[in-house]
Design a protein around this ligand. Structure first.
Ligand SMILES: NC(=O)c1ccc[n+]([C@@H]2O[C@H](COP(=O)([O-])OP(=O)(O)OC[C@H]3O[C@@H](n4cnc5c(N)ncnc54)[C@H](OP(=O)(O)O)[C@@H]3O)[C@@H](O)[C@H]2O)c1
Length: 280
């Protein structure tokens, strides 16, 4: 299998354009082994960016990640997120310490503000910068930020240190193509596309059947290949079944043709005007 395609963070570090999500992992202890195995298989296949959050299973997903990366921490780029209710200067510091313990690691590669809350953005950014200086996180970023939030962020003294904006993006949720994606692309800030198969529903979409058939692929693979069709977008599907992990990795080898893209635009029309950012 060829090496996985990468994109570049603003710091210059390369990360795979296809990672692994973990929402709903860690909820049920009887599934722990299967979830760990799925993430380990994904790492074996090159999907070495793993996205998690303190929110997922109230820390349970971070514990699954800890077991998945045991003995191979250096191979993996771990992304975790702090809740807006913990986004104060001291709240971020304590939340990060708790995540580090659950993840059984000394450092989080990329730490995101999960969504904006009532804490001033400047305070959260200061807290992120302090964590970076202390070696607890390597980089920081944001999630669920619309264009005006990004403008506000970049106007802050350390705001330009942001490494990504993780947002909802898939064939059925194309609103950000109108302004947020071009805005980020101009500034070379990658988008991290969450729910790239719309929590599984695009995997059974009959609208994707014809394109999928032409490529001998599954609808989920077409949805993923489409999401990653341009540089600067990182997709983070969650898969706990090994066949889904393999399917997702193989989506990187699909080259959608101009004809495919035209057909997908007809079936899933792009936005014609600014759309408010959607969240799941
Ligand atoms: N920042 C945020 O606010 C935010 C919000 C939502 C999600 N996220 C992150 O983004 C990740 C992905 O989003 P998501 O979990 O909401 O949805 P998703 O990745 O679009 O969909 C996950 C669902 O699709 C199924 N699936 C995955 N690959 C498949 C394939 N090849 N064929 C058929 N079914 C497949 C999975 O099944 P199995 O598990 O049974 O394999 C699971 O039920 C999350 O896990 C989380 O890390 C972030």
């Amino acid at each position: 299998m060829p090496a996985i395609r990468t994109t570049t963070l603003p710091t210059g570090e390369a990360v795979p354009v296809l990672g692994q999500g973990t929402w709903y992992m860690g909820e049920d202890s009887s599934r722990h082994g299967e979830e760990v195995a799925a993430l380990r298989l994904g790492i074996d296949l090159g999907m070495t960016l793993i996205d998690t959050a303190e929110m997922y299973a109230s820390g349970g997903a971070e514990r699954v990640v800890a077991d998945a990366v045991a003995g191979r921490r250096d191979e993996v780029f771990i992304v975790s997120k702090v809740l807006p209710s913990n986004a104060s200067r001291h709240g971020v510091e304590s939340a990060c310490e708790r995540s580090l313990v659950r993840l059984k690691t000394d450092v989080i590669d990329l730490y995101l503000l999960h969504w904006r809350g009532s804490v001033a953005l400047s305070e959260t950014v200061e807290a992120f910068e302090a964590l970076k200086a202390a070696g607890k996180i390597r980089h920081w970023g944001v999630s669920n930020f619309d264009t005006d939030d990004m403008e506000e962020l970049l106007a802050l003294p350390a705001g330009s240190a942001v490494q990504t904006n993780q947002v909802l993006y898939n064939l059925g949720r194309r609103g950000i193509e109108h302004d947020l994606i071009p805005w980020c692309r101009t500034r070379r800030i990658p988008i991290m596309a969450y729910s790239p198969v719309e929590q599984g529903s695009l995997a059974t979409s009959s609208r994707l059947a014809d394109v999928a058939r032409r490529h001998g692929a599954s609808p989920a693979q077409i949805a993923l290949a489409w999401t990653m069709r341009h540089d600067g977008v990182i997709a983070i599907p969650k898969a706990s079944r090994p066949e889904h992990v393999r399917d997702n990795r193989a989506a990187l080898d699909i080259d959608l043709t101009a004809e495919d893209l035209t057909e997908l635009d007809r079936l899933f029309p792009p936005p014609r005007s600014k759309q408010p950012l959607e969240m799941i």
